[in-house]
Design a binder for this molecule. Structure first.
Ligand SMILES: Nc1ncnc2c1ncn2[C@@H]1O[C@H](COP(=O)(O)OP(=O)(O)OP(=O)(O)O)[C@@H](O)[C@H]1O
Ligand SMILES: [Mg+2]
Length: 227
């Protein structure tokens, strides 16, 4: 089995290209990620972490460069194909959660599978197991806007895992949490690695690297990968 689950080659993402306000959010980045590892994408605010994660999550296309995921050159695919690839293989925890605040925890966890012609009882069963593992089962029938920051973070992780993805991308997963809760989220990532998942975490928290569970660190600055 190919050990590199992700390869990116000379990936760039420019916003407002060719205009006076052009931003080189990701600028000629090349690296690869090994299967079943936990990776940290670190760098100061504005260095391009979220932009790169959105490309890796197949949520946006690079301006140039190749993105090879699970041996497929995904950046060449049309949108429809990309969506189905993402739904099958990728889970994403967004920096701002992107949860629907006036819907329940259960509904939010189930969302990625709801439009996919799968029986709701089956989706619900899986959501219950995830909620149990992530210690939010007691909140399943509460609306998101009644949950604490730590609970919302767990819901966002559960939603990202509902499709049982091989790869999980988590953008600033501990940013809203105190150190105890951040430690609990760390434990969740360790468990997911034991289950065989590959994890990429973006974080500007300098302490993240010291937690001892990261296999590889990639540092970004001004859109570029630095040593
Ligand atoms: N849609 C957009 N249009 C124009 N510029 C953008 C857009 N999205 C991001 N940027 C710019 O790209 C750069 C990288 O932003 P990005 O959100 O990727 O950084 P980040 O490393 O995730 O920062 P943070 O640590 O604050 O989350 C920033 O200068 C940002 O202002
Ligand atoms: Mg960000």
């Amino acid at each position: 089995m190919e050990n590199k689950i992700i390869k990116i080659e000379n990936i760039s993402k420019f916003f407002n290209r060719g205009q006076h306000n052009e931003v080189r959010a990701v600028d000629d980045v090349t690296f690869s990620i090994e299967r079943n590892t936990i990776n940290l994408l670190k760098g100061p605010s504005g260095s391009g972490k979220t932009t790169l994660l959105s490309i890796l999550s197949c949520l946006s296309k690079p301006t140039s460069g190749n993105y090879i995921c699970l041996n497929e050159i995904v950046n060449r695919w049309p949108e429809k194909h990309l969506t189905s690839f993402r739904q099958t293989h990728i889970g994403t925890v967004f920096q701002e959660f992107n949860l629907i605040s006036d819907m329940t925890t259960l509904y939010n966890i189930c969302i990625p599978l709801i439009s996919r012609n799968i029986r709701f009882s089956k989706i619900e069963k899986r959501a219950m197991i995830l909620a149990e593992n992530l210690k939010i089962k007691h909140r399943l029938h509460y609306k998101i806007d009644t949950l604490s920051g730590g609970e919302k973070q767990r819901v966002a992780i559960a939603r990202a895992l509902i499709n049982d993805p091989e790869i999980l991308f988590a953008d600033e997963p501990t940013a809203h949490l105190d150190s105890k809760l951040a430690g609990e989220i760390t434990e969740i990532f360790k468990t997911l690695k034991k289950m065989g998942k590959t994890i990429v975490i973006a974080s500007h928290d300098p302490l993240m690297e010291d937690k001892g569970f990261i296999d590889h660190v990639f540092a970004m600055h001004d859109g570029k990968l630095v040593d």
